[in-house]
Design a protein around this ligand. Structure first.
Ligand code: ADP
Length: 328
């Protein structure tokens, strides 16, 4: 009901709508409407109420609920169900929990903050409140578990394309980071539950530093992390960007599943790769090898040429890539 009332307020734009009208349209009492208006105000909606005229929405809060994002969303199945939290330990952890209980394909879990956000290999992911896009998508693809790592490339391509669509050029540091100005602005974490030849579910986590100010990053991240706001010197619309990312992701993901080919995403990943042509360090557990990144193949693997001339197709798994003199 609260959603319906909010919809009516949004539809009427700058004009007032009377309590009488809402009451007749939605079949609720005037007292109930008044209560819902108070709940909306508590959520941050600024609502003007004037006797004999009714209610008017002055402004909406900067929150990533379905009601706020839907005007930017044109997906078929991603985000048809949206679960929004004010605060949560990790959207990926929550998504895994819900997926194992049967939550449907395409459900999006999103939170204004994560208190225990995670990167790969259990590393921390800093996710301050209202400043980023911290979301996870539950996916149930009918594909070989061997192909799951490719979803990270699809997501990277979708984020990169969405940022380009709003005028921000970024680079992809294979396999899972988005970079601006040699610093990380977004990380992607794909996790899977499955058996040898069957996927139960995949949880795709995307964390984007949107409106974080430089001084808000903890000391150890200041040198390696940045945000869209820092780079663009302006606040970025989180709602629009969330919608665009989900739209682009769905398009590329459906293309990947329908064609059984990653090439559409790889094309974007290659065009925006920060590694290709560079000397890099490939860190696998405790060993570190030097090589040159020469290509990303259509399986989404990084083709590395070693000093002895041999080449290898590196799969993302547990490797970390570093530049010779720093993070990239
Ligand atoms: P890697 O960069 O080695 O591939 P991950 O992709 O797993 O590692 O990302 C986790 C790492 O990212 C953390 O160890 C930390 O250094 C860094 N990090 C944590 N939070 C953020 C953030 N909000 N923005 C950018 N980098 C972050």
């Amino acid at each position: 009901m609260k959603e319906n009332i909010l919809n009516l307020l949004k539809e009427s734009g700058d004009s007032f709508i009377s309590g009488q009208f809402i009451s007749e349209k939605l079949g609720v009492t005037r007292t109930a409407i008044w209560k819902y208006m108070n709940t909306l105000k508590e959520e941050g909606y600024e609502i003007e109420s004037v006797s004999k005229k009714g209610y008017r929405l002055i402004c909406s809060p900067d929150i990533l609920t379905f009601s706020e994002i839907k005007e930017y969303l044109n997906t078929k199945f991603i985000g048809k169900k949206f679960i929004h939290f004010d605060s949560i330990d990790s959207t990926n952890t929550k998504a895994k929990e819900l997926a194992s209980l049967g939550e449907e394909n395409g459900t999006v879990i999103i939170s204004e903050e994560q208190t225990g956000g995670r990167g790969r290999l259990g590393r921390n992911w800093c996710s301050p409140k209202g400043k980023g896009i911290w979301l996870s998508i539950i996916l149930k693809p009918d594909i070989d578990p061997m192909n799951i790592a490719k979803i990270t490339q699809v997501a990277g391509a979708a984020v990169c394309k969405s940022l380009l669509d709003i005028g921000i050029t970024t680079y992809i540091k294979w396999p899972n980071d988005i970079i601006i100005n040699s610093k990380k602005v977004c990380g992607i974490l794909t996790e899977m539950s499955g058996e040898l030849n069957m996927v139960n579910y995949v949880v795709l986590g995307i964390g984007i530093n949107v409106n974080i100010d430089a001084e808000e990053f903890p000391e150890d991240l200041k040198e390696i992390a940045t945000s869209l706001k820092i780079e663009q010197e302006k606040t970025i619309n989180r709602k629009e960007l969330t919608g665009r990312i989900l739209n682009n992701f769905e398009l590329l993901y459906r293309n990947f599943l329908n064609t059984s080919s990653l090439s559409a995403s790889v094309k974007i990943c290659k065009k925006h790769s920060i590694l290709l042509g560079r000397e890099i360090k490939i860190i696998n557990r405790n060993t570190s090898t030097l090589g040159k990144a020469i290509d990303i193949d259509n399986e989404g693997r990084l083709i590395v040429q070693y000093e002895n001339g041999e080449t290898e197709a590196v799969i993302s798994g547990e490797v970390s890539i570093r530049g010779l003199c720093g993070y990239v």
